[in-house]
Design a protein around this ligand. Structure first.
Ligand code: URA
Length: 242
């Protein structure tokens, strides 16, 4: 990759700025002062420094973020009226076309995966891959045995659609607070599943996607990059199954 492109992507600055940085003699590649913007560098291994400070991390082909979505924010890349999950991170990644891999309702909170890796997003969301997602749900009525049995068998929604088996269990001492694990993603799925049992959902928080749990240190609106281990674990979980 050209040095100016690398600098622009790593620093989130225009190409012209990158060229100026290099021309002013502020950039070294593998310890060698490099003024030419068209210098080809090996992006996976090059040690690039600006003003003697190494750029953090290696060049990344894709970005993977875990966001703790706050209530009232919509799971979309852009929206005319509401703040979107991408609005919350885009200042840090001005050149990336990030989008949410899977949606949470506007009123729901918790783990939204943001990426520009369309292949992984597709694999996570593909109906056949069954990457499980876990939610903490507050109901307006206690959990019943009928709900448990119904979820395990596969709930038939009001529109006649029968869903894949899912799990529901108490999350603690409060019988209205439960953990639900889904293996598919249907619009308003959890609310509609409990609706079949005349139960309403007061709060819904996604805690886990496949092998990756939302970092407890992230308060609503905060995000962090996934670690390489987390990305690899997600890839393995979303791999096509034979
Ligand atoms: N099910 C719902 O009803 N809402 C969500 O946001 C996620 C799952």
């Amino acid at each position: 990759m050209r040095l100016d492109k690398y600098l622009s992507e790593r620093l989130g600055i225009p190409r012209g700025e990158s060229r100026k940085l290099a021309a002013k003699g502020r950039v070294t590649v593998n310890g060698v002062l490099t003024k030419k913007a068209d210098t080809q560098i090996e992006e996976a291994t090059a040690e690039v420094a600006v003003d003697g400070r190494p750029l953090a991390g290696a060049y990344q082909k894709y970005v993977y973020l875990m966001l703790n979505k706050p209530e009232g924010v919509v799971s979309a890349a852009q929206d005319k009226r509401d703040t979107t999950v991408v609005d919350l991170v885009k200042d840090a990644f001005p050149r990336r076309q990030l989008f949410p891999a899977g949606r949470l309702d506007k009123t729901s909170t918790g783990f939204v995966l943001l990426t520009d890796d369309g292949t992984l997003a597709h694999d996570i969301l593909a109906p056949g891959r069954h990457v499980p997602k876990q939610y903490l749900v507050t109901l307006d009525t206690p959990l019943t045995n009928a709900m448990r049995v119904g979820f395990a068998a596969g709930v038939t929604l009001a529109d006649g659609q029968t869903l894949a088996p899912a799990e529901v269990a108490p999350a603690g001492a409060d019988p209205c607070v439960v953990r639900v694990t889904l293996h598919q993603g249907v619009y308003h799925q959890i609310k509609r599943m409990f609706g079949v049992f005349d139960a309403g959902v007061n709060a819904l928080h996604r805690e886990v996607i496949g092998p990756v749990a939302l970092d407890a240190a992230l308060v609503p609106g905060q995000w962090r990059e996934l670690t390489a281990e987390e990305v690899n674990a997600l890839r393995a979980a979303a791999k096509p199954k034979n």
